[in-house]
Design a protein around this ligand. Structure first.
Ligand code: R5P
Length: 291
């Protein structure tokens, strides 16, 4: 297998290639003055299985186009199989019609990736796993939560309370609990579909004097974590941490979360950032090895 390092995930791609002992395909990549992307594979991929490592965090549209161009180049130049490794899968949250007249964005993205010759896809903690069954090619989701929980365990926070900030993320808290060995629970979040405003319903569980780690798939504006941290503080939690697979951290999200009393934010290198302290490389290398 050969690895192509997409411009959005070069470091992660290098780590994966190293773990697999796989060759990387040199790639010329540039952006034209008008903003268009250009790619050129500098080595043969003929009859090869190639994995393109390219996350699609902001700027999502540009990164999706880069992925599409690389896949097109690989297929056009004879790659036998093209596997897209897309740790953060953009548009996955618009997975159904919430309001009349909307697009199902993730299905449009899937169709586009299919059209450029992608044969299969690996992603990480996609918002709703069931959406992958509607992709026109095999698409697999893997979870970074055990790696994140293990990070906290090694830091001495075994037995910490694992909290999902929304009922939809309860499976995430349960995964973390398996590693940490403590208790877990969830809050209930409501989002106004027009304003985007969120509110989190208070629950009564005993976190008094405890360390609580809030686990989520994505931290975007930070609103969800801030609201959850506020409730945890009211319930008497001693220390609150936040962990996520995809630290998008838009605008001043990090500051807002820390100002809300969260000790530390931990994310993965799905989205390279100052909080990306856990690497997905071993998880993804294992998936690619098993193919
Ligand atoms: C949505 O349901 C996701 O699981 C996350 O909770 C959400 O995307 C986080 O967004 P934000 O940080 O803007 O509240």
């Amino acid at each position: 297998m050969k690895i192509i390092l997409g411009p959005a995930s070069r470091e992660l791609g290098e780590k994966i290639a190293e773990l697999l002992g796989a060759e990387t395909v040199p790639l010329t990549f540039k952006t034209y003055p008008d903003g268009e992307s250009y790619v050129r594979l500098e080595d043969s991929v003929k009859n090869e299985h190639v994995a393109i490592i390219q996350t699609t965090s902001p700027p999502q549209d540009t990164r999706l186009i880069q992925l599409a161009l690389i896949a097109d180049a690989a297929k056009r130049h004879g790659a036998k199989k093209v596997i897209a490794v897309v740790p953060y899968l953009a548009y996955a949250r618009q997975d159904k019609i919430f309001l009349q007249g909307e697009a199902i964005s993730i299905e449009a993205v899937a169709q586009m990736l299919n059209a450029v010759g992608i044969d299969s896809l690996i992603t990480v903690n996609v918002h709703q796993e069931k959406v992958l069954s509607r992709f026109p090619f095999p698409a697999k989701n893997v979870s970074a939560i055990p790696l994140l929980a293990d990070y906290f365990k090694r830091k001495g926070f075994a037995e910490a309370f694992a909290l999902a900030p929304d009922v939809g993320a309860i499976y995430i808290a349960e995964e973390a609990k398996k590693v940490l060995g403590g208790e877990c629970g969830y809050l209930e979040k409501h989002r106004d579909r027009y304003t985007g405003q969120i509110s989190v319903e208070k629950k009564t569980f005993n976190v008094k004097g405890k360390t609580v780690i809030i686990f989520d798939d994505i931290i975007s504006t930070g609103g969800t974590i801030v609201a959850a941290a506020k409730i945890l503080k009211e319930l008497g939690a001693e220390k609150v941490f936040a962990a996520c697979a995809h630290p998008l951290l838009i605008g001043d999200a990090e500051k807002r979360i820390l100002d809300a009393g969260v000790e530390e934010i931990i994310g993965t290198d799905s989205v390279p950032s100052q909080v990306s302290k856990v690497s997905l490389a071993p998880l993804i290398a294992k998936q690619l090895k098993e193919r």
